[in-house]
Design a protein around this ligand. Structure first.
Ligand SMILES: Cc1cc2nc3c(=O)[nH]c(=O)nc-3n(C[C@H](O)[C@H](O)[C@H](O)COP(=O)(O)OP(=O)(O)OC[C@H]3O[C@@H](n4cnc5c(N)ncnc54)[C@H](O)[C@@H]3O)c2cc1C
Length: 438
């Protein structure tokens, strides 16, 4: 990995660093997360409430700018900021690095890109400019899904499924997409403060005050946190609690794949194995990349508990070099590694739709549920596709319902229903009430 050159430079957003040094830094951060809870330091207080007026404080004349909205963190933040600027608000973005999209592509559906055009973030013509590969279900490019699932120590490798899922997914170039949106944001009057880190947020009675590195002070009616998984604001809200689970991912974008026409959304062929002190099952994702006909991205990921002795990214990468050639039917010697990619995704149990933990879940039940789900799966972060997915699972697999109710429990189901109704209410308001108000 040390010999792979980092072309295009590294950026601040997740998956935007490719060098060995950055991998070691992320592994150090991951090792700190794995420390026993009593060793974990209390996070720094970033957001404070000040029960007085900023306008009558001694700091008021130090404020260098006043905004309707300040967005902290630029990778996805620039999209929110541009949509708000397009509605006539005075907006600024604060980014601790240079605001630039990563070289490595994002998977995104055309529908999602069209939604960005609808809210004024992009022009429809831009969609073609940022799209590098189109995977259309009516061509030869289809998504394959195969899963062998494991529960704790129980290896369920014998139960496997194969499904062809037909999605329309685009691979888009974040570097181009963010460049276009950045230009648009500036042309709409937005301001960007690059190379400035958020050091504190003071919420006064009359205004919120954003403190930046270099003693810069800005004020705003609203401050949006778009600083990603490791946001200092989120750290404070969670009181430094360590995540309940973490998804670790390593992978490459490499040149030299003669067979490069299909994509795997999620694939696993190996059983649970011991990696470090954890039991882990490896999953894979692979798809063609827009930089050339033989270029392909391959990710290997796994889910582990953050505990001392959990596998490091560097250890996973060693397994990746061993296992990837067999998975993709290639030899490493014939590949030119364009970049190595890695990341960690923390997850917490206390969020919407989390169920209580039970160790006696029947193996077949998990497999059947996953199979049913992936067969009916739509874009489940939106109300209608989620309703369709749930409806289809209920109609095609009614026998699963009693087991789901038993596993999840009434309290969680009621809580989840509340979130589902709120999503319905939000969809109703944004579809029908919003145009009337406007
Ligand atoms: C290997 C990998 C592959 C991925 N593939 C995809 C994909 O195909 N499609 C997809 O949609 N997503 C993908 N993701 C998910 C990825 O996390 C998101 O697409 C995207 O990067 C999230 O953007 P974000 O702005 O929420 O967070 P981040 O990308 O983490 O960006 C946060 C931003 O906030 C800035 N920031 C942080 N702290 C401060 C501070 N104190 N002050 C000022 N600025 C700060 C950072 O510099 C950064 O620019 C992938 C992630 C990884 C790791």
């Amino acid at each position: 990995m040390e010999s792979v050159s980092v072309s295009g430079g590294e950026v601040g957003g997740a998956g935007g660093a490719y060098s060995y040094e950055a991998l070691k830094r992320l592994d150090q951060l991951w090792s700190n997360i794995c420390l026993p809870q009593q060793v974990v330091q209390k996070p720094q207080q970033v957001v404070s409430t000040i029960p007085s007026l900023f306008s009558s404080s001694g700091l008021a004349d130090k404020a260098e700018g006043s905004y309707d909205v300040l967005v902290c963190g630029g990778t996805l933040g620039i999209f929110i900021a541009t949509a708000l600027s397009a509605r006539g608000l005075r907006v600024a973005v604060v980014e601790r690095n240079v605001l630039k999209g990563r070289e490595q592509e994002w998977n995104i559906s055309r529908k999602e890109l069209l939604e960005l055009a609808e809210v004024g973030v992009l022009e429809e013509d831009d969609i073609e400019r940022v799209t590098s590969v189109k995977c259309n279900p009516f061509t030869t490019k289809q998504f394959e899904y195969k899963i062998q699932y494991s529960v704790g120590d129980l290896d369920l490798a014998s139960a496997s499924y194969f499904i062809l899922v037909v999605f329309v997914i685009n691979h888009c170039r974040p570097v181009k997409l963010i460049e276009i949106v950045k230009e648009r944001f500036i042309s709409l009057g937005g301001e960007i403060f690059e190379g400035r880190s958020v050091s504190g947020i003071d919420v006064y009675e009359d205004v919120a005050v954003l403190k930046l590195s270099g003693d810069k002070i800005l004020t705003s009616r609203l401050i949006v946190d778009a600083m990603g998984n490791f946001s200092p604001v989120v750290k404070q809200i969670r009181s430094g609690r360590k995540p309940d689970g973490v998804c670790l991912v390593v992978g490459t974008c490499a040149r030299g794949f003669n067979n490069n026409s299909t994509s795997d959304v999620i694939y696993s062929s190996s059983s649970v194995k011991k990696v470090g002190n954890s039991n882990a099952q490896y999953f894979w994702e692979a798809f063609p990349t827009g930089s050339g006909p033989l270029d392909r991205t391959t990710y290997m990921f796994t889910y582990v508990d953050p505990q001392p002795g959990s596998p490091k990214l560097e250890e996973l990468l060693e397994d990746f070099w061993d296992l990837m050639p067999e998975y993709q039917g290639v030899s490493l010697e014939n590949l030119e590694i364009l970049r190595v990619i890695y990341g960690i995704f923390p997850t917490y149990r206390d969020r919407a739709m989390s169920a209580k933990q039970k160790s006696n879940v029947p193996a077949d039940f998990i497999n059947e549920l996953l199979y049913a789900n992936f067969n009916c799966m739509q874009d489940v972060v939106q109300f209608w596709p989620l309703s369709k997915t749930l409806g289809l699972v209920m109609l095609t697999n009614p026998q699963l319902l009693p087991s789901i109710f038993k596993q999840v429990g009434v309290a969680v189901l009621l809580d989840w229903s509340r979130h589902f109704l709120m999503l319905a209410y939000f969809t109703f308001l944004s579809t029908f009430a919003d145009p009337v108000v406007r």
